[in-house]
Write a protein that binds this ligand. Structure first.
Ligand code: ZN
Length: 160
């Protein structure tokens, strides 16, 4: 299953994960968020809050996250905000499912475009570490509950 090519790819992926965890994209609070959710992974102590603005066109206009946790949980959240910005809720759902399959090491990740699959592949190595799977999926589960749960804020979304 693993050969030299897999090993060098794995190293590359580790660099991407480190980069995201050291320099998280879209980190911080988000004004006028239409949807928010908080997630906690007691196994590792990772905490993540996801804020997003769902635009009138049904697309995710902005996503930001806050929280503290291990490198995997932070990198996964950073990667996720990068990927899901500009997607519709349905597209986001599809990516989430694909990601969950991938990090659980399940076969048959279908319905994902090549580019998306390539980006998500970075996290696939996590599947070898069952304890880490919850770290990697925390942000995605939190995103899902944010989309399903809607807003606790009273302010209407502003589209700019
Ligand atoms: Zn963790």
């Amino acid at each position: 299953m693993s050969d030299m090519t897999d090993d060098s790819l794995r190293e590359l992926y580790q660099e991407v994960i480190l980069d995201h965890s050291k320099h998280p994209r879209h980190f911080g609070p988000l004004e006028h968020a239409t949807h928010n959710a908080h997630g906690y992974n007691p196994l590792c102590g990772d905490r993540i809050t996801v804020h997003l603005v769902l635009g009138a066109d049904g697309r995710i206009a902005h996503i930001k996250f806050e929280g503290r946790g291990c490198a995997i949980s932070q990198a996964s959240a950073s990667l996720m905000t990068d990927m899901l910005t500009g997607r519709t809720a349905a597209e986001a759902e599809k990516l989430m499912d694909g990601f969950l399959h991938l990090v659980k090491g399940e076969e048959g990740v279908t319905g994902l475009g090549d580019d998306d699959l390539e980006t998500l592949q970075v996290m696939a190595g996590v599947s070898a570490f069952p304890m880490r799977v919850k770290c990697a999926t925390l942000a995605w589960h939190t995103m899902k509950s944010a989309l399903e749960g809607g807003s606790r804020s009273n302010e209407p979304a502003k589209t700019e």
